[in-house]
Design a protein around this ligand. Structure first.
Ligand code: GAL
Length: 373
């Protein structure tokens, strides 16, 4: 049975462990922006029917963000809210201004997919002062108390799955070690990039230490391997340089750790242009082109983080707040944002390879059912 968004919202609203994330009573909010909506007759609501909900998304650096925009607009409208869903296409300043405007328009909840999680403190503190609840979506908001909850796939686990898949793929496709590899990380302004990288290195570092893996370029720190803006051209350019500088002659590149699909495909272009055999390469986001590449036996793995589930969990949290309930939380330890441990609801990411792609995507409206080839 294909999961529908309203069904997912109802499902997600059945919370597991729940902790209070403060939510103001917007029906009698006197601090900051007033809310012109009226509560549904006869029911005690902490957020009125028709309330404005702000959703500040980063940039369309991968397909999951494009899907999130449509799902938030459809799902929030279906739940009886007035959504304002915007991308910060031109960067951090635009996203800061968008959040300020959402506060001025009396948003009862502001959901933030931060371009740079460390540069929104001023805007989110103003949101809190207006009585709004602040939810960090997918990416943690850093260095501010002004965030009530974090809803995401467990992004450290994403890295662990990627590191594990790289080792598995090397054993499957490249015979016995030792293996030559290179590392790619995400954009340094994306709070997820470090948990992705640290999760993967928790698996790979011991194998580097024991000589199973050699990073031929010697570039092993996050700063050395980060890809600004998640831009494919930046990853391809860096791989071009590494390959021409360290992989002359018949030196093989057996594996590449890539944090997402767009960068994986860019790295594969650089490797092909260097005349090298296809390496075992990881990815994330189950993008259409990468799923095809995995089914065809080229890219080795991706990660499935079903955006429908993440959006549904976020909207279910808003519905819970409207009903004066708690935001569902299932982790109160992992995500310290520099000034507080942010209560989180973490969904489980799935590793996908050629072996399980058909099964994983069977119910996905875009990717499934997979046809061979
Ligand atoms: C991350 C997100 C990843 C990927 C990346 C690039 O924040 O968690 O799934 O989309 O952005 O856009």
């Amino acid at each position: 049975m294909r999961k529908t968004l309203p069904g997912l919202i109802a499902l997600a609203a059945v919370s597991t462990l729940a902790l209070t994330a403060c939510s103001s009573d917007r029906t009698d909010n006197t601090a900051g922006a007033t809310n012109t909506n009226t509560a549904a007759a006869g029911s005690e609501l902490c957020i009125p029917v028709g309330a404005t909900i702000g959703v500040a998304l980063p940039q369309k650096t991968s397909e999951n963000w494009v899907l999130a925009e449509q799902l938030f607009n459809d799902g929030l409208t279906a739940a009886g809210f007035e959504p304002i869903v915007q991308f910060g296409n031109s960067g951090v300043t635009e996203q800061q201004n968008q959040i300020e405007a959402m506060v001025e328009q009396g948003a009862a909840v502001i959901v933030v997919g931060a371009i740079d999680g460390s540069q929104l403190g001023t805007q989110l503190e103003a949101a809190k002062a207006s009585g709004a609840t602040v939810i960090a979506y997918d990416r943690l908001v850093k260095n501010t108390e002004a965030v009530d909850a974090y809803i995401a796939f467990d992004n450290y686990q994403v890295g662990v799955l990627q590191g594990t898949a790289l080792l598995q793929g090397l054993a499957e496709r490249k015979g016995d070690g030792p293996y030559n590899i290179e590392l790619i990380a995400g954009s340094s302004d994306d709070a997820n990039s470090i948990p992705f990288f640290e999760g993967a290195m928790s698996i790979l570092q011991p194998k580097i230490d024991d000589g199973t893996l050699t990073v031929v370029s010697g570039q092993t720190t996050f700063e050395q391997v980060a890809t600004q803006g998640w831009k494919a051209e930046n990853a391809q350019k860096r791989m071009d340089t590494v390959l021409s500088g360290f992989y002359s002659g018949d030196t093989a590149i057996d594996g590449i750790l890539s944090p997402n699909d767009t960068l994986a495909r860019a790295a594969l272009v650089a490797v092909a242009q260097a005349g090298k055999d296809t390496p075992v390469i990881t990815g994330q986001d189950s993008e259409v082109e990468s799923v095809k590449s995995i089914v065809a036996g080229e890219q080795y793995s991706t990660i499935y983080k079903d955006t429908r589930d993440l959006v549904a969990q976020t909207i279910a949290s808003i519905v819970a707040l409207q009903n004066c309930d708690e935001i569902p939380i299932n982790d109160t330890e992992q995500y310290n944002n520099g000034v507080k441990v942010v209560p989180a609801y973490l969904l489980e990411p799935k590793i996908v390879t050629q072996a399980n792609a058909a099964e994983v995507y069977a119910n996905d409206p875009t990717l499934g059912p997979l046809t061979a080839g």
